[in-house]
Design a protein around this ligand. Structure first.
Ligand code: G3I
Length: 346
């Protein structure tokens, strides 16, 4: 965070062991290296609003209190998503789909209740998450099917009304894929035409060692910067393990069966792979520093390798190495590569 203090914020997604301070080593690491945080899971609908008349704010409150205690910029993730949303949300209580009016009322209630609770404390919200398909068309989610295209307009309007000062983002993965990026640009323009101000784009940036090409990472930042949006890199990590189907998707519904050759580094990461990771992080941060004027924040999707969702996705129980700190919370060569990118930009 010091190295990039004139450029952008540096963040991490946190789990409960971290923000309830059970993991003291990681609390020290978070305080030292990061100035913004995102809740990895505890603000998702299924956690914070599990039943129609039940909100469960315990962990989300602890998360926000932790951020305030350490003086961090606190982000909210995420209000409207097709995933991790209980089925009752989309049903009428009698086994049939909810009507448009019922679902809009639920969306309004959810957004107003959650956003108002943290008004002035959560500084930016991922309002809608992952609404697009890879070809840039709108995902046929229950939100779209039941409410229609204006569900995005409504979500942003409800969030703006609940906390006019919070920054509001549209967040998605694989925006480096040009078809999907064009879809996101079209979406932002449509929202604008409908009178909705989107403050920033959340580009998740779940990448692999070789893909996407670094030029596509750069083009993503400049495309949204040119639209006048703040670019937030919201979920950065670098996947180190092979996949059965060589798809770059970060779609949580994608799953693959396990097999030992798909878990090649269970006993440790060879130096050559460690250096490859450092090289990749170096080139990514060279692009981020080059376009620092467009970027508000770079958030890693986890603190240390052991915490990463990539140990369990798309195959459960693997040993992955996607972050800057190892399983013992020690810095990896990738951290030096990131710091070098900051120095080289001076
Ligand atoms: O909390 C339960 C626990 O009680 C239970 O014993 C355990 C058994 O499976 O599951 C736990 O829940 C898991 C949860 O993570 C907390 O660890 C869920 O199964 C698992 O599906 C969930 O995965 C999260 C995933 O989103 C789905 O919500 C990942 O941690 C989280 O990193 C991932 O984050 C998403 C972003 O929100 C959006 N963009 C993509 C990104 C990566 O998929």
């Amino acid at each position: 965070k010091e190295a990039f203090k004139d450029k952008f914020l540096i963040g991490a997604a946190l789990n409960p062991a971290q923000f309830t301070e059970q993991n003291a080593t990681q609390v020290t690491l978070i305080a030292r290296h990061f100035n913004t945080i995102t809740p990895e899971n505890v603000m998702k609908w299924e956690k914070i609003h599990p039943a129609p008349d039940q909100f469960d704010f315990d962990l989300a409150d602890r998360y926000v209190e932790f951020g305030e205690k350490l003086g961090l910029v606190v982000i909210g993730h995420t209000l409207i998503w097709h995933s991790q949303t209980p089925r009752w949300v989309f049903e009428d209580g009698k086994g049939s789909p909810a009507s448009r009016d019922l679902l809009l009322a639920r969306m309004s209630n959810h957004i107003h209740t959650v956003v108002s609770r943290y008004k002035g404390r959560v500084q930016g919200w991922d309002v809608v998450n992952e609404a697009l398909n890879e070809d840039g068309s709108l995902r046929q989610s229950p939100w779209l099917k039941i409410i229609g295209e204006d569900y995005l307009v409504k979500a942003f309007e409800f969030a703006r009304a609940a906390d006019p000062k919070a920054e509001l983002y549209y967040n998605d993965f694989s925006l480096e894929n040009s078809a999907k990026r064009q879809g996101a640009i079209a979406l932002i323009k449509k929202l604008k035409a409908a009178g909705v101000k989107v403050d920033g784009i959340g580009t998740q940036t779940h990448v692999r060692l070789q893909t996407p090409a670094i030029q596509d990472v750069e083009d993503t930042i400049t495309a949204f910067g040119d639209l006048g949006l703040k670019v937030m890199v919201t979920e950065l990590d670098v996947e180190m393990l092979p996949r059965r189907a060589n798809s770059g998707t970060a779609d949580i519904s994608h799953r693959e069966a396990s097999s030992p050759e798909l878990n090649p580094y269970a006993a440790g990461l060879p130096d050559s792979a460690q250096q490859e990771l450092a090289r990749r992080y170096g080139e990514i941060f060279a692009v981020f520093t080059k376009h620092a004027d467009k970027i508000g924040r770079v958030t890693f999707w986890g603190v240390s390798d052991g915490d990463s969702w990539l140990n369990d996705w798309p195959i459960r129980g693997r040993t992955n190495y996607p972050l800057l700190f190892d399983r013992n919370n020690r810095p990896k060569p990738a951290l030096d590569a990131v710091l070098n990118a900051a120095r080289n930009a001076q």
